[in-house]
Design a binder for this molecule. Sequence first.
Ligand code: SME
Length: 152
Amino acid sequence: MKYEELLQTAESLLNDQPTEISLLANASAFLNEVLSEMNWIGFYIYDGIVLNVGPFQGRAACATIPLGKGVCGESALQNKTMYVDDVLNYNNHIACDANSRSEVVVPMYVNNTLYGVLDIDSPIFKRFDQALIAFLEDFTQILIKQLTFMTV
Ligand code: SME
């Protein structure tokens, strides 16, 4: 399926989820179903001090990440999508799953406040191209729109 169609499917699937956990759990399951060659897909949620692991698909991961630490902490702090095409050669990478080789983290700011990040790891070097990264940013916007209503 093309990214545009996947976004439309995601819009209808993720509309009207009853809780934030339901929304993020189904979002990680959806991405895991439609993306190939990924080993970790999920969320870290900001509690006002650190990032804590949220709903995800993959192996058990680091529970807590300080702001600025790892690719997740860096993305959250800078409010910037981070793409690392070779995590073995990136100093500020936290290796939760030893199989990871490339990674994308998309920050999630809701009502101008840090909410968390979407983190996706692949066991393949340079797995993410610009079209896939743009898709993940658009997908995250669908979640942010839902969270805007849920977190007021
Ligand atoms: N690699 C991430 C840590 C989270 S795991 O990949 C699930 C990082 O460097 O922030």
